[in-house]
Design a protein around this ligand. Structure first.
Ligand SMILES: *[C@@H]1O[C@H](CO)[C@@H](O)[C@H](O)[C@H]1NC(C)=O
Ligand SMILES: *[C@@H]1O[C@H](CO)[C@@H](O)[C@H](O)[C@H]1NC(C)=O
Length: 414
């Protein structure tokens, strides 16, 4: 599979482990692409927001479409191609139109950005409902450029792609406007958001970018929460072991509470390093930390806990332990006993109320859809799409306030 593609969910990656939500419903987050000229194409079309780059939540971006003469799938760098020049003809930002296929969506976006495009439109290569373009899985691609993608991306339908190409051929200038103003609901003066995360700290670029995000976003998150502008809840995905396999080596190593709550082995090797069940226990400690802190009226302490834990208890220093976690908990002045009660006996054949609730929350309700990509941010009950970085996420959260009720922090850089 040459594309970063989602929809199948992470559950199938795991030998023997299954998701609680077997009838997965993946929701593709969409926004609007308005064609403002030529006359015969004037309309508003749906497009799917890519799960990388920087979507302009709350904003719009206008430009003119360019379809390259060669390298139409944008799998190669455009700088090698001297005959190619980006010029929309009117000094407008360039929306580079490229075709789906042959390489990762992210590589197309990176090549477009390097060549000066302001946005990339990927035309689907088959008639089908729009999908979400995602980043490649770990180990499948060079990833050093992923975090550097700063242009927004959108997948458009095969038919719209064909119509635009036809117009450009005439030649007509095709002017478009990407509109993210309604990408998130913005009903009132408080934004509810969730971060679906994982305490596993050794999974390559995905874990690294998650750790970096938590660190970078902590300050803003805590201000918003303390002032009551937001209500934040962290969530943890767990799997369960099918009945027949509870005594298998895989389930014993990856699950707690007799196969009820499982996580994939961090290094995919059952005989060395940390096991899946170590990850579940840390996830449970984090979830319990939030519960206890929230009950004491200080939910924002969770951000201190997870960032301190990442620094003080990393897997690679073999400090990813319950003892290390408890040291961090007490250093934050939170009652370790209460957390231990919440965690309970993980070796027992019994339910854990916190993880049970987490498994239930995993199944999508209403417009949200099941959470299948980790990490995932949900803002006002919609899945955020785009790069996990402070400015981009803050912009998205800010677009979730009813007009004129956004906090000052949202108005700072326009
Ligand atoms: C990505 O950006 C970083 C920081 O600006 C830079 O050091 C790095 O070389 C860039 N990577 C690529 C592939 O351009
Ligand atoms: C956190 O506390 C608030 C206020 O007491 C409550 O409404 C909310 O449901 C709590 N969240 C969780 C996940 O317990």
């Amino acid at each position: 599979m040459m594309e970063g593609k989602v929809g199948v969910g992470i559950c199938v990656l795991l030998l023997l482990l299954m998701c609680e939500s077997t009838k997965g419903r993946f929701v593709v987050e969409k926004n609007n692409l308005r064609v403002t000229s030529p006359e015969n194409l004037k309309d508003t079309y749906e497009c799917a927001i890519g799960n990388f780059g920087v979507p302009q939540y709350g904003g719009t971006l206008a430009g003119a479409v360019v379809y390259p003469k060669t390298n139409q799938k944008a799998c190669k760098s455009f700088t090698d191609d001297v005959s190619f020049k980006f010029n929309s003809g009117a000094g407008l930002p360039v929306f580079l139109l490229v075709d789906r296929g042959d390489c990762y969506f992210t590589l197309k976006a990176w090549n477009a950005q390097k060549a000066g495009a302001a946005a990339i439109l990927v035309a689907d290569d088959r008639p089908e409902p729009l999908i979400t373009m995602d980043t490649p899985e770990e180990g499948h691609a060079r990833s050093d450029y992923l975090q550097n993608i700063s242009i927004p991306s959108a997948l458009i339908s095969l038919s719209l792609g064909e119509a635009i190409k036809k117009a450009l051929n005439k030649p007509d200038m095709v002017k478009v406007n990407l509109d993210w103003r309604e990408a998130l609901p913005h009903p009132d003066d408080r934004v509810e958001y969730e971060f679906w995360t994982n305490s596993n700290d050794e999974c390559g670029p995905k874990c690294d970018s998650q750790k970096q995000f938590l660190k970078d976003f902590k300050g803003v998150a805590q201000i918003l929460e303390k002032k009551g502008y937001t209500q934040f809840t962290p969530h943890y995905i767990t799997w369960y072991c099918p009945e027949a396999f509870i005594l298998s080596r895989q389930c014993k190593s990856q699950c707690i509470n007799n196969g009820r709550y499982c996580a994939p082995d961090p290094d995919e090797d059952f005989s060395r390093g940390y096991e899946g069940k170590d990850v579940v226990v840390q996830n449970l400690l984090q979830a319990c930390f939030f519960k206890v802190a929230n009950e004491s009226g200080k939910p924002w302490l969770w951000w201190d806990y997870v960032t301190d834990f990442a620094i003080r208890c990393p897997m690679r220093e073999e400090k990813y332990t319950k003892e290390c976690a408890e040291d961090v908990i007490s250093s934050l002045g939170v009652d370790v006993k209460k957390i231990q009660e919440c965690v309970g006996n993980t070796g027992a054949d019994a339910e854990n109320q916190v993880l049970k609730a987490e498994q239930k929350a995993q199944i999508g309700k209403g417009s949200r859809g099941d959470v299948t990509i980790l990490p995932t941010l949900i803002i006002n009950n919609r899945q955020y799409r785009g790069k996990l970085d402070k400015g981009t996420v803050l912009k998205a959260i800010c677009s979730g306030f009813e007009e004129t009720t956004e906090p000052v922090i949202c108005l700072r850089d326009g």
